[in-house]
Design a protein around this ligand. Sequence first.
Ligand code: SAM
Length: 221
Amino acid sequence: STPQNWRRVDDYLAATLLDDDPTLTAARADSDAAGLPAIEVTPVAGKLLNLLARMTGARRVLEIGTLGGYSTIWLARGIPSDGRVVTLELLQKHADVARANLERADVSERVEIVVGRASDTLPRLAERGDEPFDLVFIDADKESNTIYLDWAIRLGHPGTVIVVDNIGRAGDVADPGSEDSMVVGTQRGLELLGSDPRVDATALQTVGAKGWDGLAIAVVV
Ligand code: SAM
């Protein structure tokens, strides 16, 4: 098993299970052309988010980390047309690229992009007193995962599903001595998921086009 094989299998799975989708391909290409880093979820992972939204019957989705809106499109397509995805992004440039991608995908009307540091915008979201979120996807600065998980729980309801991306960190997540702030942030987030009575969780390590990684999934109890 090699990284080349992992990519080959991801490509095979995508070709076998996913529809060819020019809108999603264009979203990735335009993000690339605008100089955004190619760190969006893979197509098979995007489809997983889409299926989770549909399986949970989600109407309101919170995403932390928009980038060019690639995962946002998958999520928005998994909710009813009168549903809402609120997606939080630090950088205005990323939000601008995402907005154009969401418009082309024809889901712009059901997506709100909130620009700013998520640790600042999450409390503002809470103050709005909107209905709780049914599904939360956490995919931003890993150092803040505990903050994001706490807000995800507070902004959710019993039954809300929370997904945390990139928990494998090429195996470093199992290194208790790691000094990599992204690894440490991921570890603290997993520890919260394992010990906080408000959630029940598991995690899977994965290999794929993006290497050796993983995702955690939790439900608010
Ligand atoms: N979810 C996206 C996808 O799969 O298409 C990828 C998101 S990318 C991995 C992480 C994003 O989080 C980047 O666009 C980055 O600018 C944003 N980000 C980093 N720190 C942030 C913060 N403190 N608040 C909000 N967004 C942040």
